[in-house]
Design a protein around this ligand. Structure first.
Ligand SMILES: Nc1ncnc2c1ncn2[C@@H]1O[C@H](COP(=O)(O)OP(=O)(O)O)[C@@H](O)[C@H]1O
Ligand SMILES: [Mg+2]
Length: 265
């Protein structure tokens, strides 16, 4: 088996009294789209930030192609394309200027930038918006700019923190195809989401994260088998593994009692 592009080992992170990560382990290999699936507050963003070196682990370690971000942050960043949960864009710049700026930081020559920007701009139906200030673009458009900027230096590893939340169906499909192309060329994607269907439709392997650790991992089929009943949906598997099944039933019952006591019509 080839060596992992991303590896997290017994990763913990403490923010004051909050234990965000509690001994997290996983590996992502070339060719994989690994989905980190978990509820809000499970530790997805913290994990991704530890990989790119924006968060220093309290204990344990992360490696990207064997490189530790706490020791060699510049090298690790050069291997990664990162789209944050709330990407920071320079809103007064046009998308084109912003992408050229990102490329110049990445030391990419102008011709390559033009090529990538034109190709991705066409693929994302963005070409006509490229020269307008980013501030005037819709949320979905801004997300596309952030995505394109993460691809500019063609890194082996893509870290996407809840990337499809503001995208329409067509763009999601294009992103999915792009991720597939990326992995077919030996790249890897780590993808975080709290949305089951997204994980189900895009990821080749899923790690379910809950209270700061991976509680189950595998392909969709493997995960479904794990809880005993092959016919279950990923949603049921997820709720079971994160112990939220009972909580959901309780909340639904409470809501039912509060709102649906009387006949509606
Ligand atoms: N900088 C921070 N300071 C304090 N607590 C934080 C910080 N970042 C994250 N947390 C806490 O760590 C936990 C995990 O957060 P996060 O990684 O953002 O989860 P997710 O992305 O899965 O929603 C949450 O309880 C969150 O409130
Ligand atoms: Mg998050």
């Amino acid at each position: 088996m080839s060596s992992p592009l991303i590896e997290a080992f017994e990763l913990t992170k403490q923010f004051g009294s909050v234990q965000a990560l509690t001994g997290l382990n996983f590996k992502v290999f070339p060719g994989e789209i690994y989905g980190l699936l978990g509820p809000n507050g499970a530790g997805k963003t913290t994990t991704i930030k530890a990989i790119i070196g924006l968060v220093d682990p309290t204990s344990g370690w992360v490696k990207v192609q064997g490189c530790d971000p706490t020791k060699n942050s510049v090298k690790v960043k050069s291997k990664i394309g990162y789209v944050a949960e709330k990407p920071i864009l320079y809103e007064s710049l046009s998308a084109r200027d912003f992408l050229e700026f990102v490329a110049s930081i990445r030391k990419i020559d102008q011709a390559s930038v033009n090529r990538v920007v034109t190709q991705l701009g066409d693929a994302f139906d963005m070409a006509e918006y490229f020269d307008a200030p980013i501030a005037t673009l819709s949320t979905g458009m801004k997300q596309k700019v952030a995505l394109i900027s993460s691809f500019v230096h063609q890194p082996p590893v893509l870290l996407l923190d809840e990337p499809l939340s503001g995208l329409d169906a067509k763009t999601s499909r294009i992103v999915k195809d792009l991720l597939l192309l990326h992995t077919q060329k030996g790249g890897a994607v780590l993808f975080s989401t709290h949305i089951m269907e997204v994980a189900e439709s895009i990821c080749t392997r899923i790690g379910i994260i809950y209270e700061g650790k991976i509680v189950a991992e595998g392909t969709l089929d493997q995960l479904k088998t794990k809880t005993g009943n092959k016919s279950e949906t990923l949603e049921e598997v997820f709720l079971k593994l994160t112990n939220e099944e009972h909580e959901v039933a309780d909340k639904t019952r409470l809501l039912g009692e509060a709102f649906f006591k009387d006949e509606v019509a």
